[in-house]
Write a protein that binds this ligand. Sequence first.
Ligand SMILES: [Zn+2]
Ligand SMILES: [Zn+2]
Length: 137
Amino acid sequence: MHKQRRWRYYCDFCKRANGSGGHILKHERGCTMNPVRLCRMCALEGKRQATLPELLAALTISLDALQSQCDHCPACILAALRQSGADAYTYAWDYAAAAKTWWADHNAREQEQDQRDEYNAMVAEEMRYENRRPVER
Ligand SMILES: [Zn+2]
Ligand SMILES: [Zn+2]
C-alpha cells in the first residue's frame, strides 16, 4: 500500500475548494462573494462593471434598480444579493434562468464554452438559487 497527502485549496471568500490552486485563484477573482471581484460576464460584454457599493445602493431601492444598475448582468446581481446578506428566499430572482437568458443573448459562441461551464458550476456549488423556490416579498 501507499499513502499520499494532497494540498487542497480554498477560496478566501466562499466555501469553494479544489485540488488545483490555479483553479481557485481564477475562481477567487470572479467569486460572487469577493467584494472587489472582476466580473467576467461584464468583461465579455465589454461593459464597465458597477462597483459593489453601487450595486448595494441600488438594491436598497429595489431589485429592479439593482438590475438596471448592472445592466442585467446575472453574476453582478448574484454578487450583490449574496453580499447584501439577504437570504436567498428574500428576492424572487433566479440566477439559473437569468444566466440562461444572458448566454442566449450573448452572441459569441464556442470559445466561451469553458466560461459557461464554469458559471454553471458556480451556480451549483455556491448558491443554489435554482433549487429554492423564490418567494415574493
Ligand atoms: Zn469563492
Ligand atoms: Zn457583471
